[in-house]
Structure formats: C-alpha cells, structure tokens
Design a protein around this ligand. Structure first.
Ligand code: ADP
Ligand code: MG
Ligand code: ZN
Length: 618
C-alpha cells in the first residue's frame, strides 16, 4: 500500500467521524424541548389541558391546547395507554374527542442510523488500529531493507543526456570518450589485453557539471547508470554503508556493462585515520568495502565507476592508487568561450529575441559555472514572463545576471533619507576608487537598491578573464573594498556598520597575502601556519601554528600595516576626486542605480586600466 492510499483512508475515517458527530448533535438538539415526567402528563390529561400526543417508541411529544410542546419518556415495555391508566387517567379522558394519540412506527432509516451510531465508533477504532498496525509494519520493512543500496538506476533507453548537453569542457569530453568506447565495445579492448580503467574521478567546483557529465557518459554509451551519493552511504547504523556498497556493485554487475556514479565521494573517501567520533568508523568500513569491491571485479566485469568530488585534496590516497580511481578528469570553471557555449545549450528551445548577444552575456559573467548559467537563463525567462513578453530580450538577461550575482532586489526595504545618503556615498566611494586604480576592474553598475543582505552594491568586471592575480591587483582589491568606509569617514566624519563585510574581506586578503602567498617583504616568500581540516566538525578548518611568537608578532604587524596603507590610499583617492564622489552620490540618490555609461559620464576613467578580477562589492 502506498502512502497516497493511506492518506485516502485517513480522510474517509475522518469524514465518517464528522458525519457521526453531526448526527449525534442533531439528535440532541431535537430534545431540547422541556421534558416533563410522565405523571405530570397524566395529571395534565386528567385536567383536559392536552391536545395531542405523538408516541415515537419510548419518546412522547405532547402538544397542549395552548400550543405548548413538551416531551416525556415512557417505559418502553408497556403500552402508553396502560401506563397512563395506571397513573389514574380514565379511558374517557383519552377519548378521541378529548385527545389524539398517534403512534409513530420506527422509521427504517432512523433504525439504520441508530445502529450505525452504535457501531461507528468501533469501526473507526478498528480502522485506526489497522492503520497504525500497517504503519508499524511499514517501518519494520524499512528497517529490514537498510542494507539495500539506494542507488537509482537510469537505463540506456531512457531519454538521456549526451555530450551535446555538456558544453565548454572539451578536454574532459575527450578523456571520457575513451570510457564511452570501452562501455560500448569492451571486447575490442579486452582482445588486446588492455587494462581498462576501473574508476574515473571527476574533479571540479560545485556546479561545473560533474553529475551532468557522468550522466552524459552513460547516455553516450547507452548503458545503465547507477547513481548514489556518498552522503547516502553514511547513515545512522554502522555496517549499513558497507552493505550498501556491496549491494550496489552486485546490481551493477548484473546489468553490466554499466556505469556506477558515486557523487560526493569525499563524504566516504576522506583520509582514513583522520578524525574522531562514531561516524568515522562507519566511513572507514564503507571506504574499505568500496576498495574491496573495486579490486574484486576483473577487467571482464565491464563496470566502470565514476566518482565526483570538489575536494580531491582530502581523499584517501588508497582511492587514487592505480587500479582504482586512477584517472582524473578536471572540470574547470568555463572561460568566456565556454560560457558562451553553455549559454547556447541552455537557450536552445527557448524563445530568445534576436537582439540577445550571447557573447556579451558571456563577457559579463566571469566566474560563473554551468549551474549559474542555467540559473541565469531561467531567471531571464521568469523576468520575461512576468513582463508579459513573448520572447526573452537582452535586458532580461542583463538583469538576471545581477540577480544571480547579488540576489533579488528588495525594493520594499524601508530606508530613511539619512541612511540612503550614507549608502549612496559608500557605494560611490567604492566606484570612484575602482575607477581611479589602474589595476582594479571596470565599474559595471552601481546601485543603492538593496539586494539580499546588502544595502547597496557596486559590480565591477575585468575586461577579460584571468587566472593569476598579481600583488598589485590584490592591493587594488583591498583599496577598493575600503573605498566605501573611507567615503563615509571623509563625508560624514563618522563611520557605520555598513562596511562590515568589506572589512572582513580586506582582512582576509591581507592575511592571505602575508601568510599564504608570501607577498610581504618582511616575512618573505614563505607559507606560515599549517591548515588542517577537523573531520568531526565537517568543513571547519583549524590552523596549526608552526612559527614562533616572534614571527606571529611580525605577521600581525604586516597585516595591520597592509590594511592601514590601503585605507590611507583609498582616502587619498577620494579626497583627490571629491567633486566626482559628490556628483556620483547625488545622482545615485535621485536615480538609485547607475549603469557603467552613466557613471563614466560623471567620472571618466582617469588612468589606463590594466584589469582585475570579477567581484561584487557591497
Ligand atoms: P555538479 O555535479 O558539478 O555540482 P551539476 O552537474 O549538478 O554540477 O550541474 C548542475 C546544472 O548546471 C546541470 O544540470 C546543467 O544544467 C548545468 N551545467 C553545469 N555544467 C554545464 C555544462 N558544462 N554545460 C551545460 N550545462 C551545465
Ligand atoms: Mg553534483
Ligand atoms: Zn561596501
């Protein structure tokens, strides 16, 4: 029995219970007329006050000559007349001229109802018991099937994903082409005695299309696809994860050639022996079982495992050994060309206006991964629908980019005039500093309409994607981030909490420069501090100190002076371009958001730009 049936039965039971309740109350209501004892009735009859009596089984309805209505109850075993006579009523008093006595035969329907009203509670009770019993049994069954793998199977003849659906990752596709070939024609490889890859590790940031790629491999090869997530292995009871693995491999072998996809393998495949706590044992057993299974099947089993992770650094080395996940395929964040191709995949089949320039959208979305782009196209479609358009236009795409980067607009948030002015100067400060620094990005948009957490925001993009960041660029980022706070100080001679996120990022940048990137002159090209992951705390990182107290002080001083110098530079820039700062802030107060063109009209870039990296500054 499925859960829909179960809830259906509950509804029926509830319905019956309500009917029964209504029936009882109606019954009770009719007896609200004044009840008199039968001897009072006898006296009234003798005194000639009664006009008629209706006898309904043991209930009596009495109508008086003055039209009062009373009820009474008689002994059900003796006839009414006999009872009245016993109470001193003479047959003359009951003569038909005096009084009409009507005897109602019990209505068959009423009989059914009254019987029902007796047995209904029992039926309901039995129904409830039966239901509870079924439930208990159900959970029992679930307990029995814990060890079964929860893998979902998608067979080859489903309408599946192909390589055409995965864009912008040509190298990865080429590498996986080999896996597809093997799954299609295993004999060709076996005949030559080639060792077939057993496991492929897909590595990439979240949303770069790892899951999609694994599905595409199975779709291209037309083989069944068994998918399970690493976190599903690790469940409450010890031993369950291991037996799930066993079951999963058994299923796959029965359907071979087949593909097993283990998503989020880092959930089970962390370094063994690292960490504390109960879940650790369980993970270790699961991981061991995974290794045993991978070693256990021969080259002729024709099962290939693809695992995905965004944390290859924390995987157990045993997993990466030859014969296990020895192939590694990296899915990078797409570059500008890749993003355009992914956009093409996702706008396919959607009504898009001819004015939409996909390469322009790709240029405006540095750092976006496939999932972001899918989200972007979807947001654009939603915007177009809300504007009752037939096609999605370029403006919707541009607005969708802002939504994806900064969250939806919160126009309803009430901001008083004074706060609005501070926010306007804060954002204008960021934008003016960005524009005055050669190594900072190019301003794309400034707004004081709050989005998500932020009161306002400034978006700046580089002219092109870049992989490396120079010291000068990081310093520019720091100065830019401090531009908001600096503007507040210069203009209002007071500072607000609005810069908290900026300050956090600045401090982190300074710390990274000094401790991780060796970008401080005093401390030299060295890494300070060992990062360690505390497994039992999940993602938490603790830092282990591997330097002396003396160095610690130097680090603090270096970080401090980096931030202080940047702040001073930001203030210098704003003092130099104070007129432009005022103009931008005033315009913002009127129109709330400025495009790049509107901004440059007020403040043409005074330096030659050498570019930066993408970011949103709040
Ligand atoms: P991951 O598993 O790496 O976190 P997914 O495979 O779940 O990412 O990707 C989420 C969605 O993003 C996919 O369903 C797809 O629509 C889109 N996507 C991601 N990468 C690409 C790509 N390279 N080409 C086309 N769409 C992509
Ligand atoms: Mg995924
Ligand atoms: Zn800010």
């Amino acid at each position: 029995m499925n859960s829909r049936n179960q809830s259906f039965i509950i509804y029926i039971l509830l319905f019956i219970a309500i009917i029964a309740m209504v029936f009882f109350t109606v019954n009770q209501q009719s007896s609200q007329v004044v009840e008199i004892p039968i001897n009072k009735l006898a006296t009234d009859i003798r005194e000639g006050k009664v006009k008629s009596i209706i006898e309904d089984e043991s209930r009596l309805e009495i109508t008086y000559k003055n039209n009062d209505i009373r009820t009474s109850t008689k002994d059900p075993s003796t006839p009414l007349i006999a009872q009245l006579v016993e109470l001193g009523v003479t047959p003359e008093d009951l003569s038909s001229e005096q009084i009409s006595v009507e005897i109602k035969l019990p209505s068959p329907l009423l009989g059914v109802f009254s019987i029902l009203s007796y047995i209904l509670p029992f039926i309901i009770l039995i129904g409830l018991f039966w239901f509870i019993f079924r439930q208990a049994q159900g959970s029992n069954n679930a307990a029995m099937s814990f060890g079964k793998s929860k893998a979902r199977m998608f067979t080859g003849d489903h309408p599946t994903v192909t390589f055409d659906d995965v864009a912008g990752v040509e190298e990865a596709k080429e590498e996986l082409e080999e896996v597809v070939e093997f799954l299609r024609e295993p004999q060709k490889f076996i005949a030559l005695g080639a060792r077939i890859p057993k496991g492929v590790l897909l590595v990439g940031a979240p949303g770069t299309g790892k899951t999609l790629m694994a599905k595409a491999v199975s779709g291209e090869a037309g083989v069944p696809f068994f998918s399970i997530s690493g976190s599903e292995f690790v469940e409450m009871f010890v031993g369950v994860g291991a037996s799930r693995v066993r079951d999963l491999f058994e299923q796959a072998k029965r359907h071979s050639p087949a593909l097993i996809f283990v998503d989020e393998i880092d959930a089970v495949g962390r370094h063994r022996g690292a960490g504390l706590g109960g879940s650790h044992d369980e993970r270790e057993q699961t991981l061991n079982q995974l290794l045993v299974e991978m070693d256990g099947f021969d080259t002729d089993t024709n099962v290939i495992i693809i695992a995905a992770t965004n944390r290859p650094d924390i995987l157990d080395p045993a997993l990466l050994r030859p014969g296990r996940f020895d192939r590694r395929v990296t899915l990078d964040r797409p570059d500008i060309k890749g993003r355009e191709e992914i956009l093409e995949v996702h706008v396919k089949g959607k009504p898009v206006s001819p004015d939409v320039d996909l390469s322009d959208i790709a240029r405006s979305t540095p750092g976006f991964v496939g999932a972001d782009i899918e989200n972007l196209v979807n947001e654009a479609a939603i915007l177009a629908a809300r504007r009752n358009k037939r096609v999605i236009e370029h403006s919707e795409f541009m607005e969708a980019i802002e939504r994806v980067i900064a969250g939806p607009e919160r126009k309803s948030r009430l901001i008083n005039e004074n706060e609005k002015k501070i926010i306007a100067y804060h954002e204008a400060g960021h934008a003016v500093v960005i524009n005055a620094l050669p190594e900072a990005d190019t301003v794309q948009k400034i707004s004081i309409i709050s989005r998500g957490e932020a009161g306002g925001y400034t978006i700046a993009f580089p002219e092109e994607d870049r992989m490396l960041k120079s010291r000068g660029q990081i310093l520019s980022d720091m100065i830019t981030l401090l531009g908001g706070r600096a503007a507040e100080e210069i203009v209002f001679n007071d500072i607000t909490s609005g810069a908290s996120n900026d300050l956090e990022r600045v401090t982190k940048l300074a710390r990274t420069m000094v401790m991780r990137l060796g970008m401080s002159e005093e401390l030299g090209p060295m890494v300070y501090g060992k990062k360690e992951e505390l497994v039992f705390l999940g993602r938490e990182i603790s830092e282990q100190r591997d330097y002396s107290e003396h160095i610690a002080e130097k680090i603090d001083t270096a970080i401090h002076s980096l931030v202080q110098e940047s702040y001073q530079k930001a203030k210098d820039i704003l003092n130099r371009y104070r007129k432009e700062l005022d103009e931008v802030a005033e315009k913002l107060l009127v129109v709330e958001s400025l495009t790049a063109a509107e901004f440059f009209e007020i403040f043409p870039t005074p330096v030659e730009k050498t570019g930066g990296i993408p970011q949103k500054i709040v």
